[in-house]
Ligand binder design. Structure first.
Ligand code: ADP
Ligand code: MG
Length: 358
């Protein structure tokens, strides 16, 4: 998973045009976006697919003093190494078979503006060396050329993986990582900001109603509820698709629950059984975030209240799985039997001791 934003601050500012959602998590993102837009620093955007990396990248550009310059997006994940190399840096005629003309690269095209290197995690180690040089020196050569070109461009990169994990597994150069990571912005997945779902629905309803010359202005509460409960592996983009689909299929002026696809309605991912598609870090992040929200930021016993509550719940559930047999439960938990016993006492769970042993 992604680390939380380092500079997350509660202070809010004017909304960023086109960006929907007022959750605390997104306010922190907006604040970083505004702050970094005023600088020339390289920015690394991390977030799951569809979470809004590209919209934040364009916002950084629009809010910067480069706004009148070009915004150039390159999807580094969509091209092979050699094509990407000449796409980024350009080439001269005869540089390789098929290079019949000189070609200007995207870095040159982004001069005085911003270049958005999307899916930077999928660049090869070879290209990462060249990118490092652009980041450090703001210069490069076209493929097949010796003349050095200098550009003045702001670099915004995006990764749909935690880039530091890629560094640790040696798929991404650490020096490039640190160069890019001057200001990291982590965009939280939609399931961690469910409170933004209704506003996003309304936003896309309006867009697709207009686009399809329809007038879907109402939404059934059950539909909102189902959407708010869903775990959103495809994030905002997925929500956008469902709203578009619903508007297209709606007969009247209401977004009703039957316009939602099976997978949204089907399984209640979050109640009982295995939770699909969500990793442990995400779950923990969510539990802690919501716990802190609920208790309030002026609470002085956060550790006790949250850590203890989680531990108690863990013990309750493992004891259930183990039919209240303490030696078994201690084994599953990987803790000492006496430790378990004292925790059962501490949490007032000792009535379950009856069945204490085999
Ligand atoms: N906060 C937001 N407000 C409005 N639309 C959003 C927001 N976040 C994402 N979107 C929309 O969702 C879709 C996916 O966003 P995008 O920036 O392309 O995600 P990513 O680059 O992370 O895959 C786009 O159509 C975008 O306009
Ligand atoms: Mg994208």
């Amino acid at each position: 998973m992604y680390p939380p934003n380092r500079h997350a601050a509660p202070e809010t500012g004017p909304p960023i045009p086109g960006l929907i959602g007022t959750s605390q998590a997104m306010e922190a993102v907006y604040q970083l976006t505004r702050k970094v837009a005023r600088t020339n620093a390289s920015v690394l955007l991390m977030g799951e697919t569809g979470s809004g990396k590209e919209v934040i990248a364009t916002a950084i550009h629009r809010l910067s003093n480069r706004a009148s310059g070009p915004f150039v997006r390159v999807n580094c994940g969509a091209l092979s190494e050699s094509l990407l190399e000449s796409e980024l840096f350009g080439h001269v005629r005869g540089a390789f078979t098929g290079a019949v003309n000189n070609r200007t690269g995207r870095f040159e095209a982004a001069h005085t503006g911003t270049i958005f290197l999307d899916e930077i995690n999928s660049t090869s180690l070879f290209l990462q060396v060249k990118l490092l040089r652009v980041l450090q020196e703001r210069e490069f050569e076209r493929v097949g050329d010796t003349a050095t070109i200098r550009v003045d461009t702001r670099i915004v990169a995006a990764s749909n993986r935690n880039l530091y994990d890629e560094v640790e597994s040696e798929r991404f150069r650490e020096d490039l990582y640190w160069r890019l990571n001057v200001v990291p912005i982590v965009i939280p997945p939609l399931r961690m900001r469910r409170e933004d779902v209704p506003a996003l629905i309304a936003h896309f309803l309006k867009i697709y109603s207009e686009r399809n010359e329809k007038h879907v202005v109402h939404i059934q509460p059950q539909a909102i509820e189902a959407l708010q409960d869903y775990h959103w592996p495809g994030n905002v983009r997925e929500l956008q698709n469902y709203v578009e689909r619903a508007v297209t299929m709606a007969d009247g002026d209401e977004f009703t629950i039957d316009l939602l696809p099976e997978n949204v309605l089907g399984k209640k991912e979050r109640r009982g059984g295995k939770i699909r598609g969500v990793d442990l870090d995400t779950l923990v992040y969510e539990v802690v975030q919501q716990g802190v929200n609920q208790l309030g930021t002026d609470e002085h016993h956060l550790h006790e209240k949250i850590v203890n509550r989680v531990e108690k719940e863990l013990i309750v559930q493992v004891m259930q799985i183990c039919n209240s047999v303490q030696t078994k439960a201690a084994g599953r938990l990987g803790i000492n039997r006496n430790t378990l016993r004292s925790k059962l006492v501490e949490y007032n769970l000792e009535e379950k001791e009856e069945k204490a042993d085999e």
